[in-house]
Unconditional design. Structure first.
Length: 124
Protein backbone atom coordinates (compact mmCIF):
# COMPACT_ATOMS: atom_id res chain seq x y z
CA UNK A 1 0.00 0.00 0.00
CA UNK A 2 1.20 3.47 -0.78
CA UNK A 3 1.21 6.21 1.89
CA UNK A 4 -1.85 8.14 0.55
CA UNK A 5 -4.00 5.14 1.43
CA UNK A 6 -3.20 5.74 5.12
CA UNK A 7 -4.43 9.33 5.24
CA UNK A 8 -7.62 8.17 6.99
CA UNK A 9 -5.54 7.19 10.02
CA UNK A 10 -4.06 10.70 10.12
CA UNK A 11 -7.57 12.15 9.97
CA UNK A 12 -8.58 9.85 12.82
CA UNK A 13 -5.71 11.18 14.93
CA UNK A 14 -6.68 14.77 14.07
CA UNK A 15 -10.30 13.98 14.96
CA UNK A 16 -9.21 13.22 18.52
CA UNK A 17 -8.04 16.81 18.88
CA UNK A 18 -11.31 18.08 17.38
CA UNK A 19 -13.33 15.97 19.82
CA UNK A 20 -11.27 17.12 22.80
CA UNK A 21 -11.21 20.82 21.89
CA UNK A 22 -14.82 20.87 20.70
CA UNK A 23 -16.21 19.20 23.80
CA UNK A 24 -17.78 16.46 21.71
CA UNK A 25 -18.78 13.17 23.33
CA UNK A 26 -15.71 10.99 23.78
CA UNK A 27 -17.93 7.89 23.70
CA UNK A 28 -18.72 8.80 20.10
CA UNK A 29 -15.05 9.10 19.27
CA UNK A 30 -14.15 5.87 21.06
CA UNK A 31 -16.86 3.87 19.31
CA UNK A 32 -16.19 5.39 15.88
CA UNK A 33 -12.42 5.00 16.19
CA UNK A 34 -12.66 1.42 17.45
CA UNK A 35 -15.05 0.41 14.67
CA UNK A 36 -12.85 2.12 12.09
CA UNK A 37 -9.64 0.47 13.29
CA UNK A 38 -11.25 -2.98 13.44
CA UNK A 39 -12.70 -2.67 9.94
CA UNK A 40 -9.34 -1.34 8.70
CA UNK A 41 -7.60 -4.43 10.08
CA UNK A 42 -10.17 -6.67 8.41
CA UNK A 43 -9.62 -4.79 5.15
CA UNK A 44 -5.86 -5.34 5.27
CA UNK A 45 -6.20 -9.04 6.11
CA UNK A 46 -8.81 -9.55 3.39
CA UNK A 47 -6.58 -7.77 0.87
CA UNK A 48 -3.69 -10.09 1.64
CA UNK A 49 -5.92 -13.15 1.47
CA UNK A 50 -7.53 -12.04 -1.81
CA UNK A 51 -4.10 -11.39 -3.33
CA UNK A 52 -3.00 -14.90 -2.32
CA UNK A 53 -6.11 -16.38 -3.91
CA UNK A 54 -5.52 -14.40 -7.11
CA UNK A 55 -1.91 -15.57 -7.21
CA UNK A 56 -3.18 -19.14 -6.94
CA UNK A 57 -5.54 -18.52 -9.87
CA UNK A 58 -8.77 -18.63 -7.83
CA UNK A 59 -10.47 -15.44 -8.99
CA UNK A 60 -13.95 -16.34 -7.76
CA UNK A 61 -12.70 -17.07 -4.27
CA UNK A 62 -10.77 -13.78 -4.23
CA UNK A 63 -13.91 -11.86 -5.26
CA UNK A 64 -15.94 -13.68 -2.62
CA UNK A 65 -13.45 -12.62 0.05
CA UNK A 66 -13.56 -9.00 -1.07
CA UNK A 67 -17.36 -8.91 -1.32
CA UNK A 68 -17.98 -10.66 1.99
CA UNK A 69 -15.55 -8.58 3.99
CA UNK A 70 -16.73 -5.32 2.41
CA UNK A 71 -20.32 -5.99 3.42
CA UNK A 72 -19.23 -7.21 6.85
CA UNK A 73 -17.18 -4.07 7.47
CA UNK A 74 -20.14 -1.83 6.61
CA UNK A 75 -22.39 -3.78 8.97
CA UNK A 76 -19.76 -3.61 11.71
CA UNK A 77 -19.54 0.18 11.50
CA UNK A 78 -23.32 0.59 11.26
CA UNK A 79 -23.89 -1.57 14.33
CA UNK A 80 -21.23 0.30 16.30
CA UNK A 81 -22.81 3.66 15.48
CA UNK A 82 -26.27 2.31 16.31
CA UNK A 83 -25.12 1.01 19.69
CA UNK A 84 -23.40 4.30 20.48
CA UNK A 85 -26.61 6.13 19.60
CA UNK A 86 -28.64 3.86 21.82
CA UNK A 87 -26.26 4.51 24.70
CA UNK A 88 -26.19 8.28 24.19
CA UNK A 89 -27.86 10.12 21.32
CA UNK A 90 -25.12 12.76 20.90
CA UNK A 91 -22.43 10.07 20.96
CA UNK A 92 -24.19 8.21 18.17
CA UNK A 93 -24.35 11.32 16.02
CA UNK A 94 -20.70 12.17 16.69
CA UNK A 95 -19.69 8.59 15.91
CA UNK A 96 -21.72 8.57 12.68
CA UNK A 97 -20.16 11.83 11.49
CA UNK A 98 -16.67 10.57 12.34
CA UNK A 99 -17.17 7.30 10.46
CA UNK A 100 -18.68 9.13 7.46
CA UNK A 101 -15.72 11.53 7.28
CA UNK A 102 -13.21 8.68 7.64
CA UNK A 103 -14.96 6.64 4.96
CA UNK A 104 -15.01 9.59 2.54
CA UNK A 105 -11.34 10.39 3.12
CA UNK A 106 -10.34 6.73 2.83
CA UNK A 107 -12.25 6.20 -0.40
CA UNK A 108 -10.82 9.36 -1.97
CA UNK A 109 -7.27 8.47 -0.87
CA UNK A 110 -7.55 4.95 -2.26
CA UNK A 111 -8.81 6.31 -5.56
CA UNK A 112 -5.97 8.82 -5.81
CA UNK A 113 -3.39 6.22 -4.80
CA UNK A 114 -4.78 3.85 -7.45
CA UNK A 115 -4.27 6.51 -10.13
CA UNK A 116 -0.58 6.77 -9.26
CA UNK A 117 0.13 3.04 -8.84
CA UNK A 118 2.56 1.60 -11.34
CA UNK A 119 1.09 -1.27 -13.40
CA UNK A 120 2.71 -4.61 -12.68
CA UNK A 121 4.97 -6.22 -15.29
CA UNK A 122 2.95 -8.11 -17.85
CA UNK A 123 -0.20 -6.04 -17.28
CA UNK A 124 -1.36 -3.12 -19.38
Amino acid sequence: MSPPKYVDLLVLAAALAVFLLGGLPMLGFAVGAAAWLVQRGIQVLAGHRAAAELAAGRRQRAMAIVATTTLGRVWLMAMAVLLAGLAEREAGLASAVLVAVLFTVSLAAQGIAHLFDEPEAGKA
